[in-house]
Design a protein around this ligand. Structure first.
Ligand code: CMC
Length: 428
């Protein structure tokens, strides 16, 4: 007999089905609850609420497991290329040689951005945050491809939009950076791989050759893979909910970029480095900052610590910590901020406050240190996260459209004023 849950309201019993995922995760299906009982559930921040069934990413926060389409993140980060992983997430299977060649070729040939968009860059202040620029630019792409407006087009049209997005995001990101520097743009080079091309557009100049260090290129490939999807997080849920109104894919991704920007989500990688630098300059010692983070009257939190679902360890942080050591050693970089990060981790992991709450370093704690070693400026860190996360957002959007999910529209418990009559201004 299949498992059910019983709920008793005002003496009346209702039976609710229990559904089980392929990894044994269980949920009480409340989709008919309001119709049956007149009640809704309340779960601020969706801490106990599944918003969808999904076949893309499996995550076990207690055991520190992360798998894309069944493949462990450790194997993908070690052996795959970012475009292979992007294909896996969006199409459901690893590509064979022909599929990978078709996909790579299509991405390579859509990297150019319409020249008219250069005028948009000119209008931004030179100190504009690149995440603001990126979100605007991605939304603007929809105006250049009006045929992309309808998400229910034949798959080959949707596929073109998907390929354009994967191809153009690194170009727009590098252009945002060059624009802030006031440097001439370096255009995409079709001879280069996805990651090499991005590095060349960031650091190459039209006037001279930039040599791509394979250590830097490998580290970038690994970082993008580690960020590629993370099931129903804040930005993925944003993409799904915006897309559920049948808004076009460009606008949905633009909204995802905006959600990622926040320091509690992807913006934490920038915030971590800023925090470590502040701790170094302050010189009052690590314990002062750990105590500040524990003080409930102080809004300061240890950035890069804690996670909504990982309460044991973040498997991505484990891989990144080792990669940070390898990259710094290989490039001969001696970063005092890395030493502070390691000391801080040691102090916090022994502290009862952090232990009791399951607060461990997350993916963002060490990623910024590698980005620094690769020469990426701090304000671009969250942009790097966005480039990595793009295939995940697209896979989530595509699954939502293919499943025919309804528009996302939560309910609420109203706590405002009861009905009252309008009072003219002179009588108030
Ligand atoms: N420093 C100090 N205390 C913390 C921290 C922290 N970084 N994170 C959580 N806590 C405390 C929090 O005050 C609460 O304490 P209490 O139970 O006494 O009220 C308890 O731990 C639970 O925290 P929460 O805010 O209820 O947990 P959450 O699941 O809502 O938040 C989080 C998760 C990631 C937003 C939070 O841990 C945080 O703000 N971390 C710092 C920002 C950060 O590094 N974000 C990147 C997340 S990983 C990248 C990504 O996937 O987005």
């Amino acid at each position: 007999m299949s498992e059910t849950a019983r709920i008793i309201l005002n003496g009346q019993e209702y039976e609710l089905p229990v559904i089980e995922g392929s990894e044994g995760e269980k949920a009480i299906d409340i989709s008919k609850l309001r119709g049956m009982t007149g009640y809704i559930t309340l779960d601020s921040g969706f801490k106990n609420t599944g918003s969808t069934k999904s076949a893309i990413t499996f995550l076990d926060g207690e055991k520190g497991i992360l798998r894309y389409r069944g493949y462990p993140i450790e194997q993908l980060a070690e052996k795959a290329s970012f475009l292979e992983v992007a294909y896996l997430l969006m199409y459901g299977e690893l590509p064979n040689a022909d599929q990978l060649s078709y996909f790579t070729d299509s991405i390579t040939h859509h990297t150019l951005v319409h020249e008219d968009m250069r005028r948009f860059f000119e209008a931004f202040p030179t100190d504009a945050h690149p995440m603001g620029i990126l979100s605007s630019m991605i939304s603007s792409l929809s105006t250049f491809y009006p045929e992309s407006q309808n998400p229910n087009r034949p798959f080959k049209d949707i596929e073109l939009t998907i390929h354009r997005l994967i191809a153009k995001l690194p170009t727009l990101a590098a252009q945002a950076y060059k624009n802030n520097l006031g440097h001439p743009l370096t255009y995409p080079d079709n001879k280069l791989s996805y990651t090499e091309n991005f590095l060349n557009m960031m650091f190459g100049l039209p006037s001279n050759d930039y040599t791509i260090d394979p250590i830097v290129n490998d580290a970038l490939n690994k970082l993008l893979i580690l960020h590629a999807d993370h099931e129903q997080n804040c930005s993925a849920s944003t993409v799904r909910i915006v897309g559920s109104s049948q808004a076009n894919l460009y606008s949905s991704i633009s909204a995802g970029i905006a959600a990622l920007w926040g320091p509690l989500h992807g913006g934490a990688n920038q915030a971590v480095i800023e925090m470590l630098e502040t701790i170094r300059e302050d010189g009052s010692g690590l314990q002062t900052w750990v105590d500040k983070a524990k003080d409930k009257t102080d809004s300061f939190r240890l950035m890069g610590f804690g996670h909504r679902v990982y309460k044991n360890f973040d498997p991505r942080a484990k891989i990144i910590k080792k990669a940070a050591d390898d990259v710094l050693a290989a490039l001969g970089v001696n970063d005092p901020v890395l030493d502070i990060a390691k000391e801080l981790e040691e102090v916090a992991l022994k502290d009862e406050y952090f232990v009791a709450r399951g607060l461990y370093p997350n993916v963002d704690f060490y990623s910024g240190i590698i980005y620094r070693a690769l020469g990426i400026p701090t304000e671009m860190f969250t942009v790097m996260f966005a480039i990595g996360r793009l295939p995940g957002w697209i896979a989530q959007w595509k699954e939502m459209i293919e499943n025919g999910d309804p528009i996302g529209r939560p309910r609420q418990i109203y706590t405002g004023a009861n009905a009252r009559d309008y009072v003219p201004v002179e009588n108030r």
